[in-house]
Ligand binder design. Structure first.
Ligand code: PLP
Length: 397
């Protein structure tokens, strides 16, 4: 008997089913498409991190790490976060190493939210956010980011309206996947004021914190704003910044009370993170500045190369301020081809043009809000981006 018929998936996960991503990945493989759908690099991370992890394995650092993370890595995170935020945090009581930002998110929600609590969530959202809310029984109040003035942002009145008596947290992602928006100081100050007014905390996903492309739009840590140090949980990870997404080393930084919640869940979710990889991560954060600089320069060039090509073949493109995604408008292209929405467009791109992308409607609670957009990842080698451009020009030009 098929085990699936013995017992169904638990109710809390039933709404998430099999995602469109699985279909797109299978389709991309079937058609040998250049894959600009997946948000991970097709090149390797820096040698200094890999060598440090390999050395840790060779010297026998292979047993369980301490539950909150090895001291060397927590010290490195303190220095890394301090350098860009100006905040000094206590590695003993305020930093927890997690299995990627994904586990940090789950630990934050499971450790700090109760059923019925409300969380303000910006959409389009990263796909694990809704599942985290479902796991802890919290309710989302969505605020939709919309395009205007060349970037996606939110409406002040809509954000104010989403906060209420049951609000316990706001979930912020900056730089933002998939829109590429880097929230400005004004936008962050509004979020700060609402958190203070409603006595809510902010959970900030900063996995793209270093992937910002213009001096005029720097990444600002919400935790560094007056009044936010003790009501912010800052979550990040090594994956995007050091092209080591498969290591799944992340962290949560927050005042002792918030850290207690994160650790309450973390100790039972994973307990601790792979010891040798923590050693590699510590070296990357301490000594990896040059590799970050090179990576950002490469991504800036790929953003421009791909963005200009997409515009040439008819997409509406707004250069992202950060992250490694371009969220383009496909209305003109789809109109020409007689396609109805983002899913049809992505199927066509993958099977007929040979370039895989992501349909963003899956990132909205009402899919119609994402139907005219398409997400391309540019975290690839120049050869991959050029191969994609050639196909787009041949197939759509
Ligand atoms: C916004 C956002 N948050 C979190 C993650 C997951 O991070 P990690 O791989 O460190 O778990 C991703 C990965 O794509 C992401 O885009």
């Amino acid at each position: 008997m098929d085990s699936q018929s013995l017992i169904p998936v638990a109710d809390r996960f039933a709404p998430f089913g099999t995602t469109i991503f699985a279909e797109m990945t299978a389709l991309a493989r079937e058609h040998g498409a250049v894959n600009l759908s997946q948000g991970f690099p097709d090149f390797d991370g820096p040698a200094l991190a890999k060598d440090a992890a390999a050395a840790a394995i060779a010297r026998g650092d292979n047993q369980y790490a301490p539950m909150p993370g090895i001291p060397e890595l927590r010290d490195a995170i303190r220095g890394w976060f301090g350098a860009s935020s100006g905040l000094d945090v206590d590695p003993e009581r305020e930093i927890t190493v997690t299995s990627g930002c994904t586990e940090a998110l789950a630990a934050a929600f499971l450790g700090l939210m109760n059923p019925g609590d409300e969380v303000v969530v910006f959409e389009p959202f990263y796909d694990s956010y809704r599942a985290c809310l479902a796991m802890c029984g919290a309710r989302a109040r969505f605020v939709t980011m919309r395009r205007g003035d060349g970037r996606y942002s939110f409406d002040e009145a809509e954000l104010r309206g989403a906060f209420g008596a049951r609000t316990r947290a706001v979930l912020v992602n900056t730089p933002h996947n998939p829109t590429g928006t880097v929230l400005t100081r004004d936008e962050l100050e509004l979020i700060r004021d609402l958190c203070v007014e409603h006595d809510a905390i902010a959970i900030v996903d900063e996995v793209y914190e270093k992937l910002v492309y213009d001096e005029s739009t720097p990444h600002i840590h919400l935790a560094s704003l007056d009044g936010m140090r003790d009501r912010t949980l800052t979550l990040s990870s090594l994956g995007k910044t050091f092209s080591l997404t498969g290591w799944k080393v992340g962290w949560a930084i927050g005042a002792p009370g918030l850290t207690a919640g994160v650790r309450a869940a973390h100790q039972f979710l994973t307990f601790s993170v792979a010891t040798p990889l923590q050693h590699g991560a510590a070296v990357a954060l301490r000594d990896g500045e040059d590799s970050v600089r090179e990576l950002v320069a490469h991504y800036r060039a790929m953003r421009d190369l791909l963005g200009e090509a997409l515009a040439r073949v008819g997409f509406g493109v707004w250069a992202p301020e950060g992250s490694y995604f371009i969220m383009a408008d496909h209305s003109a292209v789809s109109g020409r081809l007689g396609l109805r929405d983002d899913v049809e467009l992505c199927r066509h791109l993958t099977s007929e043009v040979g370039v895989a992308a992501i349909p963003p409607s899956a990132f909205y609670h009402d899919p119609a809000d994402g139907a005219s957009a398409v997400r391309f990842a540019f975290c690839k080698t120049e050869a991959t981006i050029r191969a994609a451009i050639e196909r787009l020009e041949r197939g759509l030009g």
